[in-house]
Ligand binder design. Sequence first.
Ligand SMILES: CC(C)(COP(=O)(O)OP(=O)(O)OC[C@H]1O[C@@H](n2cnc3c(N)ncnc32)[C@H](O)[C@@H]1OP(=O)(O)O)[C@@H](O)C(=O)NCCC(=O)NCCS
Length: 328
Amino acid sequence: MTASCHLHALSAYVPDAILTNDDLARMVDTNDQWIVERTGIRRRHRLDAGANASDLGVAAARLALDRAALDAASLTHVMTATCTPDLLSLSVACIMAGQLGAGPVMAFDFGAACTGFLYGLSLGQSILAQNPASRILFVCTEALSRRVNWQDRGTCVLFGDAAAACVLSGDARQGQAALEDVICHSDGTQRDLITVGGGTACTYELGQPVRDDFFISMQGRETYKHAVRQMVNVCEDILSRNALHMSDIGLFIPHQANMRIIEAVGSRLKITPEQLFTNVEHYGNTSSASIPLALSEALAAGRVKPGTRVLMTAFGAGLTWGAALLRF
Ligand SMILES: CC(C)(COP(=O)(O)OP(=O)(O)OC[C@H]1O[C@@H](n2cnc3c(N)ncnc32)[C@H](O)[C@@H]1OP(=O)(O)O)[C@@H](O)C(=O)NCCC(=O)NCCS
């Protein structure tokens, strides 16, 4: 099923507070050199006490609606990718729709971890195939600092908080970018490699302190191997089924998890420095928000011109992974 799906008004928001590698070195046994050498990350943003994923998402959504000159009341859907929702129920999308004044829209969250942006593009395409007049506010928002185990040096250095939002519609005239293709995959047999706790599998009695299972846990080495292999494979698949080569790609935006993963994927796919965009240094891994945050910065930096074809790929808990092609 193919349908016209156009992305526009992409906007991102990060909270003000910054946590540097030196800040982390005061909390756990780590240091700036180790973190930079193994991950490329130098700092990450962290939301304030009392704020939640919905607050970041609303801030990004307001920027997107302003940019699109759209009234929230004209939306038909609010769709949120997040693995750190405010609550197990109700959805972040409902909270945001209420705060934005979106009216009785269809509002829902979905969980695809760091592949959330690509899964959302695929979902948006399906919604637009059903009703081409749909106007979807798509928000990726993550409050990962709320599920980071600040005693686990193997994971606490990796993650940051951020949100990004865009409007998906079938109207080419409004479109900044056309979705040319998207592939989404999963492998639930590898579900233990990365988990974020806090769901009903974390069983607690009232008053009992939380345990490690409440927080992000990850088998770093194994995750690394799967991430590189699957992102390379899915990029080769999407290029081949569209009869494209890497030389047809103007900009490559991989999930910003870790510079070493990005470099390994880039060297296998023979990406040139001119094709690659990264900002993991400034934000760490912001899960579903990572690709749209990078894409919005690439747009602001003038790295995308009319006609530029952008290849994006992501990998995350589930396991999930995928790739998508956008044409500006
Ligand atoms: C997390 C990651 C950077 C760790 O690098 P690594 O080279 O695999 O390191 P290991 O986990 O094997 O640990 C090596 C040593 O470094 C130590 N170490 C781990 N984190 C550390 C830190 N922040 N500072 C200092 N030392 C650290 C370990 O304890 C271990 O010490 P030991 O040898 O004394 O036991 C790497 O595995 C990785 O990038 N994995 C993928 C992570 C990711 O991107 N996940 C999200 C995908 S969506």
